[in-house]
Design a protein around this ligand. Structure first.
Ligand SMILES: [Ca+2]
Length: 112
């Protein structure tokens, strides 16, 4: 009889979504009228990932089929934009999909 192949369940894979929005009222929450921000860079690390991604036209980065570890996402700040949420956030992929939401608002440079 040939060697028995153990019937191991496949590792579960989940997704991490990063959402970037324009926090027009500076409250750190995504309100319904607030637009998403595309082409915004994030550095993501964790598991096999150590990479910079940009948000798409929907303001999202979608990372799929992730190993179940903790991921860290850090936004790359842009001139005259202020973070209204933590600029670095972590998500532990552990039995489900996760979403991290980042808000920023624009502050015009000082003009005297
Ligand atoms: Ca808001």
């Amino acid at each position: 009889m040939p060697g028995t192949i153990k019937n191991r369940p496949a590792p579960k894979k989940y997704d991490l979504t990063i959402i970037k929005f324009n926090d027009l009222n500076h409250n750190g929450k995504h309100d319904s009228a607030e637009p998403y921000l595309s082409n915004w860079e994030f550095k993501v690390t964790g598991g096999d990932i150590n990479k910079t991604y940009k948000t798409g036209s929907n303001g999202q980065i979608n990372l799929r089929d992730l190993t179940e570890v903790t991921y860290t996402a850090s936004e790359v700040m842009q001139t005259n934009w202020v973070a209204s949420t933590n600029a670095t956030q972590t998500a532990k992929i552990d039995g489900g999909n996760k979403t991290l939401v980042f808000g920023n608002y624009y502050r015009a440079p000082n003009t005297r």
